[in-house]
Design a protein. Structure first.
Length: 223
């Protein structure tokens, strides 16, 4: 290749790469902070509800980029420790907070669960992100009083911070053995579209609000 053509080709490639990088980094970020239920435990990652969320956003012409920071086995203590770095790195417009299940299964104090989620909500809001809180439940076999107190944490925090709440991530899934893996805790791939449907109605207004603030352009949202 002649020197001039080589130079022009290199310049064109650099401009194209920069434009691609700028376009990717201009997309508003949805940060998903979850545990194995959002990390896709026991299934292919692209079958999980978080991956399905990205596909739906793309299909509906939303420009959001989903960052799945979910870790199997994560507790609210671990999530709180990781969150500041993730907020600084990704600067999300939205944070989906799906944690607490492992706290309950391990019998962690309700006060610790509440305080950790409360701090995560405040950190996200202080960073300029909208927050969608995802409610969890644990079986009554852990003790009715403890299970009830656990479930009450989520609506109380949602009311306190005036944020939307997904009542229960596994609504319509956890009680259907055909949709659950053998451990009785983690849903199968077949359950993931239903899980997304549990999240979507409460997430949609936040997406539309982001659009009204000008962070998203050329939207044609569909129900």
């Amino acid at each position: 290749m002649e020197p001039l053509k080589r130079c022009l080709f290199l310049c064109f490639s650099l401009v194209l790469a920069f434009n691609t990088w700028a376009s990717e980094n201009d997309r508003p970020v949805i940060l998903v902070m979850g545990d194995s239920l959002s990390a896709g435990y026991g299934i292919d990652l692209d079958e999980g509800w978080v991956s399905l969320l990205q596909a739906r956003l793309d299909d509906h012409n939303y420009r959001h980029r989903v960052v799945n920071a979910s870790v199997s086995g994560e507790t609210t203590t671990g999530g709180l420790a990781r969150l500041p770095t993730l907020l600084e790195r990704h600067q999300p417009s939205l944070v989906i907070l799906e944690l607490g299940g492992n706290d309950g299964l391990r019998g962690h104090p309700i006060s610790a669960l509440r305080n950790n989620l409360n701090e995560m909500i405040k950190l996200s809001q202080d960073a300029g992100a909208q927050v969608l809180l995802v409610g969890m439940q644990i079986p009554p076999s852990y003790g009715r009083r403890y299970a009830d107190q656990f479930a009450e944490v989520y609506p109380a925090l949602a009311e306190q911070h005036e944020i939307p709440l997904v009542g229960f991530l596994l609504e319509g899934v956890a009680t259907d053995l055909n949709l659950m893996q053998r451990d009785g805790i983690h849903p199968k791939a077949e359950a993931q579209p239903r899980i997304l449907e549990n999240v979507w109605p409460d997430l949609l207004p936040l997406l539309q609000e982001t659009a009204q603030l000008g962070s998203v352009v050329n939207l044609r949202p569909q129900p």
